[in-house]
Design a protein around this ligand. Structure first.
Ligand code: ZN
Length: 430
């Protein structure tokens, strides 16, 4: 793969984010990139490939990809990078049509820990999947509508005079209900509209997973374009970096695995989440296809290690008091190792050393994050993956501001550094 300058790679990340308004689209875009690099899809209901090469298995909003070197052995360890495809957002209720005061509106639920205020006064599109019944059974159809379809109008300041002093209080049931037209309450038929946009018969739609997205495209920001302003940086940045690191890697070397889970923002305990058997099953089947059994699987796991790749908090210039003074985190200063003595992150001395060594080999600087002792700490798929597989895991990510906003902000040089560090980690033979 030709080496791209950091800004060109930041633009490629922006393209990945643009292609992925929903987790289903994120795995479709990852599969497209993997396919273009020669990776082949694997059907979990079919026989497992025994030949070397690049493969991927996709399950809705989750995807596992791997590259098997020629002559890889059943007891060889895995180098794994994990990330998540989902971001906090607003998702449509089962019967979304509602309304009041002459407006057609959409009933939505908040998905994950969204910053609710960031969704106000934005022109919103819609994406996700429909399940459609037909003669061959039920199939899933991706849908995305990229024109302004809905908006959550903020209350005028004249009707809420204290809002700038006392803070904005939002009740998600009452105040986060988007408008998408005028007419009698419930007169709209959103699902028919979406079916039409997807080119399917509205009567055949048997289910939907639909969500809203801000239509403002990602942009490089600042006089010298030092920043990237975009939605879903947490955690599509890590998904993109993991896929780029894998497809750019050599055919030889350890078996590199990239696992993109869904549902991290809501606890990971789903069939597509980090709590599922998805990754352990893929690893076991790789070992079985190499002629190994349970013994060889356990020997392979004993030599395996995982990077849990997820966003990190940059030190906010307007809220310095929210950050640990001895561990400032800067933008465009390299990936961030995340530490927590209560195991909210999986990083320990040994796994940190493995990542530091790989980053150093790639010429990439590394920062160290720890939350203030008087603030609670977030978490990732790291501790879950460590507990499920019993392997060392290191939590690492790119520094950003506005995490869980509809519009996040990171550096434009850090994404390229993250790819380089992950590529070095995947290729490391130790
Ligand atoms: Zn995240």
């Amino acid at each position: 793969m030709p080496e791209l300058a950091p800004l060109a790679r930041a633009r490629d990340l922006a393209a990945f984010i643009e292609a992925a308004p929903s987790p289903f689209h994120a795995t479709a875009e990852a599969a497209r990139r993997l396919g273009a690099a020669g990776f082949r899809p694997v059907d979990p209901a079919g026989p497992w490939p025994e030949e070397p090469g690049g493969f991927y298995l996709r399950r809705a909003g989750a995807l596992v990809a791997w590259r098997s070197a020629p002559r890889a052995g059943a007891t060889d360890g895995f180098r794994i990078v994990g990330a998540h495809t989902d971001s906090p957002n607003l998702r449509l209720k089962p019967r979304p049509d509602t309304g009041a005061a002459g407006f057609r509106q959409l009933g939505v639920e908040v998905y994950g820990g969204a910053l609710w205020n960031s969704w106000l006064d934005r022109d919103l599109g819609l994406s996700g999947r429909l399940t459609v019944t037909g003669p061959d059974g039920v199939r899933s159809v991706l849908v995305r509508i990229d024109r302004p379809l809905a908006r959550i109008p903020q209350l005028a300041i004249h009707l809420d005079r204290g809002v700038n002093d006392t803070g904005l209080k939002l009740n998600p049931q009452l105040h986060l209900v988007p408008v998408w037209g005028v007419g009698p309450a419930g007169a709209g038929d959103l699902l028919a509209f979406v079916a039409d946009a997807a080119g399917v018969d509205p009567a055949a739609v048997a289910g939907h997973d639909l969500m809203l997205h801000d239509l403002t495209p990602p942009a490089l920001l600042g006089a010298d374009e030092a920043l990237l302003s975009a939605p879903r940086i947490d955690n599509l940045l890590s998904c993109w970096a993991a896929v780029e690191a894998l497809v750019g890697g050599p055919d030889a070397g350890p078996t590199g695995v990239v696992t993109l889970f869904d549902h991290e923002e809501v606890g990971s305990e789903t069939a597509a989440g980090a709590g599922s058997p998805l990754l352990p099953t893929v690893l076991e089947r790789i070992v079985l296809a190499r002629g190994g059994g349970r013994e060889e699987l356990h020997r392979a796991l004993a030599g395996s290690i995982c990077v849990s790749a997820d966003g990190a908090h940059a030190t906010h210039p307007n809220y310095l008091d929210r950050h640990e003074p001895g561990h400032r985190i800067a933008i465009n200063a390299g990936p961030v190792l995340k530490h927590n003595s209560n195991a909210r992150y999986a990083t320990d001395a040994e796994s940190a050393a493995v990542f530091r060594t790989a980053a150093a080999a790639a010429g990439v600087p590394v920062q160290d994050f720890v939350v203030r002792s008087d603030l609670p700490c977030g978490s990732t798929i790291g501790p879950i993956t460590a507990a499920r597989l019993g392997i060392p895991v290191v939590d690492v990510g790119v520094a950003q501001l506005s995490m869980h906003s509809a519009r996040e902000l990171c550096g434009s040089a850090d994404p390229a550094w993250f790819v380089d560090a992950l590529a070095a980690f995947l290729a490391d033979r130790r």
